[in-house]
Write a protein that binds this ligand. Structure first.
Ligand SMILES: [Ca+2]
Ligand SMILES: [Ca+2]
Ligand SMILES: [Zn+2]
Length: 276
């Protein structure tokens, strides 16, 4: 589907990123080439600020993926006539705008507050009050109606290498760990693979899927499944979601940390946007 949309859009993406100010996000200091846009505001965005735009509601901003969504000729022409430089000249005219702009790695709450101030309150327009609205606490964000939906993380757990043996009570290597992988989202949702018996280099090739509400890293845990006692931890690591090209599978090697731990897990992660 991603390839189809790209073909439909022709060279739109390249032409759009060549428009003034469009080589980087309109709403934060990220220098990554934007892969998202607000189709009615005419700005291009990083994959975190687009989450903030979703929170505004479609009466203010209509986010679309530049890579996965098909853009009509009209919508393309509109985007090419605007751009971050043109829009920001108006919406960030206030002298307080530059100092209020979030860093690339600022918490999502900070980006949400800036985006709200800029597009809903028009705080940085000429004559605006130049004041950023208060950032919401994380707990508010998930319980409020204006939820920030980043999308779905599809994690294909491929294999692990050189896992710890947590079943070797005799020291003779007669028994080995029975590993499985658990993926946990920042909000505590989880999914896990099947157990593979007696294998320190298991291959799962199993696809797990999790809804993610923001782009904080997923936690990956490896466990040794035991029948008579509690499962033994074999280590954990983070799967970083930021910087992934939407719709494109990306392989990552997750080095296991924690005590005790050794080895690594290879995953292939695809991030798919959910339209609000
Ligand atoms: Ca064990
Ligand atoms: Ca075993
Ligand atoms: Zn941004």
């Amino acid at each position: 589907m991603a390839a189809a949309a790209l073909a439909v859009n022709g060279d739109f993406y390249d032409r759009l990123l060549a428009v003034g100010g469009n080589s980087a996000c309109a709403d934060c200091a990220s220098k990554e080439p934007p892969t998202w846009a607000s189709s009615n505001l005419g700005v291009v965005l990083c994959n975190e600020c687009v989450g903030a735009h979703r929170g505004l509601g479609v009466h203010i901003s209509k986010p679309l993926s530049l890579k996965m969504d098909a853009w009509s000729e009209e919508a393309q022409a509109f985007m090419l006539s605007k751009g971050n430089a043109v829009v920001n000249a108006e919406l960030e005219a206030h002298s307080a705008a530059a100092a209020s702009k979030p860093d690339a790695d600022a918490p999502l709450e900070t980006k949400v507050a800036f985006v709200k101030s800029k597009y809903e309150k028009m705080a940085f327009k000429a004559g605006g009050d130049g004041v950023v609205v208060e950032a919401a606490r994380t707990s508010d964000r998930f319980s409020s109606k204006g939820q920030v939906h980043a999308g779905i993380a599809i994690v294909r757990v491929l294999k692990a290498h050189d896992l710890l043996n947590a079943d070797d009570s005799t020291g003779l290597g007669l028994d080995k760990s029975d590993p499985y992988v658990k993926i946990i989202s920042p909000t505590g949702k989880s999914a896990q693979t099947k157990v593979i018996d007696n294998d320190l280099n298991p291959e799962w090739n199993e696809t797990l899927q999790l809804n993610v509400d923001d782009l904080k890293p997923l936690r990956l845990e490896v466990w040794d499944s035991d029948t008579l006692t509690a499962d033994d931890p074999l280590g954990h690591g983070d799967i970083v979601l930021t910087g992934l090209a939407p719709g494109e599978p990306t392989k990552k090697k997750v080095e296991l940390i924690g005590h005790p731990s050794q080895g690594w897990v290879e995953v292939e992660i695809t991030f798919a946007a959910l339209d609000a």
